[in-house]
Unconditional design. Structure first.
Length: 129
């Protein structure tokens, strides 16, 4: 199973997206591979609050969300923990968004809609770095 570490424990993922359907798709893609979805948030503010409680290995973060967008939430989380692994999810391949995210040390992106194997491979890539 791809979602397991060498010691057999699950890689812990927090899914952040204002779309319940997208969060469900992430779960459906990852849980059969052994990953643990340890938290879900529908906006950036909730994601930041939850992050401090659960400390996931990887965060999948939608860019466009209400209350606080994914870039701002990622920025706040990266300020708290520069080593946090974050994959930005976006339906828009906007170069300005990518450039801003890279400025915060976020180098991984996954275009929506994604295939289940794409999100699995992206998380494996991030974890292995």
């Amino acid at each position: 199973m791809k979602g397991l570490r060498m010691d057999g424990t699950a890689i812990r993922v927090m899914a952040v997206d204002d779309s319940p359907i997208t969060r469900k798709m992430i779960k459906k893609a990852l849980e059969p591979e052994g990953f643990a979805i340890i938290g879900e948030a529908a906006n950036g503010r909730d994601a930041v609050e939850m992050y401090n409680k659960i400390k996931p290995d990887v965060i999948t973060m939608d860019v466009t969300m209400p209350i606080m967008d994914g870039l701002k939430a990622a920025q706040v989380i990266k300020e708290q923990n520069p080593a946090q692994k974050i994959i930005m999810l976006s339906a828009m391949s906007d170069n300005d968004i990518v450039a801003e995210a890279r400025g915060w040390g976020i180098v991984h992106f996954c275009a929506k809609p994604f295939k289940p194997e794409e999100i699995v491979e992206k998380i494996m890539q991030v974890i292995s770095e």
